[in-house]
Design a protein around this ligand. Structure first.
Ligand code: PEP
Ligand code: MN
Length: 341
């Protein structure tokens, strides 16, 4: 339920509404606009249904939030779009952001070379997994703590903020020390403990859509992070399972404009994991930009044939800048402004 205060409602009146909401067992989320303040009463239906705030001092009117996700809903921000800021780089709204780097941190040399290619091409953030969710328990699982140290070094070297995956709540402190954005992978989209704990760090969270998750399930997962008072959530479409076997996943390009109708949160596209194949990465990136994505997260490697994982889908690092110019040109056509930090 959204409690829209009157223009000129006093701080005391707002505080009284917050107190009533909390006394009813709901969470009160206060958002102050230029003219009016809105108090979101977030909680179970029975907690918010009988608040009895109609006609209370300073209250203008009440608007129910119809979707099961509340803080994530477009309605909640009344048309305003969330812009997540990471070290001065903006993602969302009119800003198009590029996140790039190797699939996994595999060595100091590769990490630094990839990081410099990302920086030189003018991308905004550096990705790389220190903890990897692998289908086979016999596959390389990531360098772990040593990988986090290499990410910290790459950040120091290039100045690029780091996006890295948190797989397990036991690694939260170590990952949060290095990550500027905590990635929660497709396989963990509904790991509610992880969502809550990542939310509590207050760090931006890049939340990837589960392999078979609906958009509503994705938004409900985002709600877990938002509910912790962390507004910095980036949603990521990375391909879903369909009946088609001709390629690895089906990039659900329609999710981009649909999510932009359902939510104010930025929508990022990962063409690399959807495709699994280098030749498909650029066309999917162009499609994502054209569909109105707020950014892309893409894998690059100095020498993909030697990559420890996901080499076949990695863009060659020294071709990355040219690729990026083409993607940015489409993003501009779609009305985005390019980040220059
Ligand atoms: C990744 O980005 O490194 C990754 C494993 O992606 P996903 O969780 O989408 O499979
Ligand atoms: Mn990968």
């Amino acid at each position: 339920m959204m409690i829209v205060m009157k223009e000129g409602a006093t701080e005391e009146q707002i505080a009284a509404v917050v107190e009533r909401v909390e006394a009813a067992g709901a969470h009160a989320d206060v958002s102050r606009g230029e003219l009016v303040t809105v108090v979101g009463a977030i909680g179970d239906r029975e907690h918010v249904q009988n608040l009895g705030l109609e006609g209370a001092p300073g209250v203008d009117h009440l608007v129910p939030i119809l979707k099961p996700y509340k803080l994530a809903s477009e309605q909640y921000k009344r048309g305003e779009r969330t812009v997540v800021e990471v070290d001065g780089r903006k993602i969302g709204g009119s800003h198009f952001a590029t996140i790039a780097g190797p699939c996994t941190v595999e060595s100091r040399e590769v990490m630094l070379e990839a990081a410099r290619a990302v920086r030189d091409a003018g991308a905004q953030l550096l990705r790389g997994g220190a903890y990897k969710p692998r289908t086979s328990p016999y596959s390389f699982q990531g360098l772990g703590d040593a990988g986090l140290k290499l990410l910290a070094e790459a950040k120091e070297d290039t100045g690029l903020p780091i996006v890295t995956e948190l797989l397990d709540v036991r690694d939260l402190d170590a990952v949060a020390q290095v990550a500027d954005v905590i990635q929660l992978g497709a396989r963990n989209m509904q790991n509610y403990t992880l969502l809550t704990e990542a939310g509590r760090t207050g760090k931006p969270v890049l939340l990837k859509r589960g392999l078979s998750a609906t958009l509503e399930e994705l938004l409900m997962a985002a709600e877990y992070v938002l509910k912790e008072g962390n507004p910095n959530v980036l949603l990521c479409e990375r391909g879903i399972r369909t009946f088609e076997t001709g390629y690895r996943f089906t990039l659900d390009i329609m999710a981009v404009p649909v999510l932009r109708e359902l939510t104010h949160l930025p929508v990022i596209v990962d063409p690399s994991h959807a495709a699994g194949k280098r030749s498909l990465v650029e066309p999917l990136s162009l499609a994502a930009a054209a569909a109105g994505a707020d950014g892309i997260i893409v894998e690059i490697h100095p020498c993909p044939e030697d990559a420890v994982c996901d080499g076949p889908q990695a863009l060659v690092a020294d071709q990355f800048a040219d690729y990026l110019r083409r993607v940015e040109a489409v993003a501009e056509l779609a009305g985005k402004q390019l980040e220059t930090v």
